[in-house]
Design a protein around this ligand. Structure first.
Ligand code: CO
Length: 131
């Protein structure tokens, strides 16, 4: 299992990219909206992994609630797995509380699934498969 990306919740995507791009020395491709999660996201490559910046597009999205409660910052950790369905089932079998019982469509055309932070010391974990 490898780290696919680190998710960072931000109030304004453009401002976050303007801040981070010079620091990591790269340029993020154009953002995309992930309707199922109510966010607009952009991925910035850093070495062998990525930073995913998430800006809410709806006030009722999970990221909007996160920002209201905890402010900007690290939001989730994403592991690349061969099968999101298998990874979720394995976590559930070990007693983890899941946010997603089944994989759902995520950013970049990938299938993703989330494990509840209560299962993992307060860290929201995403499984992602593909491309
Ligand atoms: Co993510």
């Amino acid at each position: 299992m490898e780290i696919d990306h680190l998710g960072i919740a931000v109030e304004r995507l453009d401002a976050a990219l303007a801040a981070f791009e010079p620091v990591v020395g790269g340029k993020a491709p154009p953002p995309e909206v992930v309707e199922s999660q109510g966010v607009r996201v952009a991925f910035l490559a850093v070495g062998g992994t990525h930073l995913e910046f998430l800006e809410p597009v709806r006030p009722d999205s999970a990221v909007a609630r996160f920002l209201a409660k905890r402010g900007e910052g690290l939001h989730h950790l994403a592991f690349h797995v061969p099968s999101v369905a298998d990874a979720l089932a394995g976590a559930a079998a070990r007693g983890a509380r899941l946010i997603d019982v089944q994989p759902r469509p995520g950013a970049r055309g990938r299938r993703v699934g989330f494990v509840h932070p209560s299962a993992l010391n307060g860290v929201l974990v995403e499984f992602v498969e593909g491309p």
